[in-house]
Design a protein around this ligand. Sequence first.
Ligand code: ZN
Length: 107
Amino acid sequence: MRGIKVQKLHVKSSIIEKTGGVCAVCGRALVHSKVTIEHYIPKYHGGTDDERNLLSLCKNCNKSKGSRIVQAEEHYPFLKAVYCTEVNEYRTEWENGGEGNGNSKGK
Ligand SMILES: [Zn+2]
């Protein structure tokens, strides 16, 4: 499915822009080919590929987060404020079970 791959690359660039080209967690400059795309709400918890839910991290940081759900402001200091807002917006929708993820009543 080449078409999808191209689209993904495009998405990747716009996600990297969210942090101005650095890892959202540690602030290290990201090499485009080595960026890992992080799901803020992990797929495991019903997160989707919604762009608001995606962040760029370096490999180390991506590994260390696992499938926890964290506070965006605390965990992603290098995420620009406007995208931080988007992420929180997405999280609220997710908590309200917007997409029928079977997890509507959070803890
Ligand atoms: Zn990092």
